[in-house]
Design a protein around this ligand. Sequence first.
Ligand code: ADP
Ligand code: ZN
Ligand code: ZN
Length: 818
Amino acid sequence: MQDFINVILPIPIEKLFTYKVTEEEAKLLKPGMRVAVPFGKSKIYTALVFEIHNTPPIVYEAKQIDQILEDHPVVTKVQLKFWHWLAQYYMCSIGEVFRAAVPSALLLESETLILRNERATIEESDLLDDEFMVFEALQHQSILRVQEISDILDKKNIIPVLNRLLKKNIIFLKEEMYEQYKPKLVRYVQLGKSHRSEENLEALLNGMTRAPKQSQVVLTLFQLQAVTKKPVKVSDLENASNSSSAIIKTLIDKGILEEQFVQTDRVVYEGGDETETLKSLNDFQKEALKDIKSSFKDNKVVLLHGVTSSGKTEVYVKLIEEYANQGKQALYLLPEIALTTQLISRLQAYFGEKVAVYHSKYNVQERVEVWNNVLENKPVAQIVIGARSALFLPFNDLGLVIVDEEHESSFKQYDPAPRYHARDAAIVLGNLHGSDILLGSATPSVESFYNVKVGKYGYAHIERRYGNVLMPDMELVDIKEQSRKKRMKGHFSERLLEEITETLDNGEQVILFQNRRGFAPIMECTTCGHAPQCPNCDVSLTYHQHRKQLRCHYCSYHIALQETCQACGSATLDTKGFGTEQVEQELNTLFPKANVGRMDLDTTRGKHGYEKIITSFEQQEIDILVGTQMLTKGLDFRNVNLVGIMNADSLLNFPDFRAHERSFQLLTQVAGRAGRTKKRGKVIIQSYNPNHRILQQVTTNDYLGMFQEQIYEREQYKYPPINRIIKITFKHKDYNKLNDAAEWFAKSLRNSFGGNVLGPEYPPVARIRNQYIKNVIVKIGENYSLVKTKNSIKRIEKSFNAISYYRGVRVIYNVDHI
Ligand code: ADP
Ligand code: ZN
Ligand code: ZN
């Protein structure tokens, strides 16, 4: 009897593919093992065994596999089930899930580019012959294709060689050419060893009578160290002793002080230090924990609704500890951007090396390591903290899943497929493992709170901030009025300026929020009204002053700043609207003595860009931090007393049924950065429309009021959570073809679903990278089957694909689009 395997190929084809295997291979193979297989004329892919059987395929002759890549499954049965669910629910192929789920080092294929690791130290004698040949070839040519290596070795399947070279750290794969990063070092000093005792110090000071400035520094350092015992930052010492870095340097040169550099933004746990004991919870936290646990007994997903700074993290930590003590794995999911060193170090302080971190900014090697540690259920990866891709790790004894900041829309994968929502997928994953699931937020999504209301989820609540710190005092400032009276300085109202001045005078820090990056979103000619547009996308270019450029935020197009209008030639170009860059510039003029920092996409690129800014804000090297919504994500700064929102209106006016919910969440979260520890913080919200319902609800912390109004509107207009939606996007570079195609599809949908089909409509930006875009939305009522609806849509797509004129039009499904 012939043996066959069905495999998942990492490409968007609908079906599994069948290959022939020998009897021995069939005995060895198990679902979840990788094999290298030929595909098409000359390609080789890494495929994943799904099942082993004896039925030959009907329409094609099965090919032989090339090679088995390992002796044990790297993907578990539960994972395969999970992938299957994802593909079904989010309407994509399981191959696309495979590709998204595993680190790319496990996915070597004929198109992968191979590079030499320049930093590796290599003992040539350690290399096998084939390894050496590749190594040598890479000395002559820095990038090789799999095909080229295949030619060099005169072998078809070279994936095993590459795997070995990867393990030995000799090569990189193309995608991981990450930047050379130099960690940020902070300079600390302490008294030299021989001067630390009191007598010796006295002798030292006596000998310094003719250098009063130096002795001042030594005395100050002595005082500082009496308080902290830790080494003292050079900048702190400079300030406290009123001296200069030159004097400190002299003392270091004389050996009176010792200097030391400490890396501040590393993520890796260095071990050594004792782990801290967990903080004991206050009564509110204890109550919440009790409620959570009792809901878990009823097998319910629980929503922890705790105001900003109520100490949710400490509650998570307590829970994690309990599961870890039972030897179970725990997964702590966060939106990518909220995954900060702040939080990671907090967890590592409690759990030491049990904590593993998994997210996309880690290189492939690091990710494969975490993958294997989780697969083998090693203690070093018992607690995984990660962004949404951590859902795909091969857990085998997952006891607890936490989804923090569950309201965050960035949990939804946008492109490419699978377009999954990490919160919802986490719930499915948890159920497959029989784990307990906790969602947490200060501003729960309308969806999750609705599930609480209808009894589907359990609920726990913390209404007070930790330490009984009051919620910040919020003040709305009417900038329409202020502009009319010509009281604005740039984009700052008098009130905001007063508060900034006072905060800085008190030695405290300020956060300012503006939802746009760049200098100004639009540059417009005041003579003819022309605004420079991106040639590839239907948007105006954004003015970036720092680089003197006009840039498109949808593609990489940019041009130098224009002096004169391209349409009419007059030199009357002016900016409209404003972004973070402009706020930063105005601050530099208004508060010349303050250090202003900026946190947006432009300043946080690179592996550690974001951490660098957070660290220097934390260390108070920055007085005022201006930023986009990156600022909102779970940061815990102790010295921030004022938060200013430059303009709340652009958020509220966004054309989307979730705009109001999102504004509430965003504003509440930014406001929550103020006054987290001792003193009551202050928040100033500038708006042209301060009477807007949402602004009123934000300033009175009226979550319930917001929820009720939103749910009423969603019911009226048939939006989630009461109905479900599937967005279908059509893309093509030919405008007419796109229109016809979308029209045809929508009409067919209407035949099945009638009035529950909206569109086709152009999105606000109707062309991106020269592709025209149209959307159709299908709403699915409470009493309709989601599965049947999807099947009908798929049937329509089949007929659609049969029409040759529409070939080339991309159809993209986004289930539960947000
Ligand atoms: P949230 O995640 O709800 O915004 P955090 O967990 O960041 O709040 O807590 C806010 C602050 O209060 C943090 O600085 C944290 O260290 C402190 N905190 C919270 N709970 C406790 C506790 N039980 N004991 C001591 N400090 C706590
Ligand atoms: Zn003009
Ligand atoms: Zn563009």
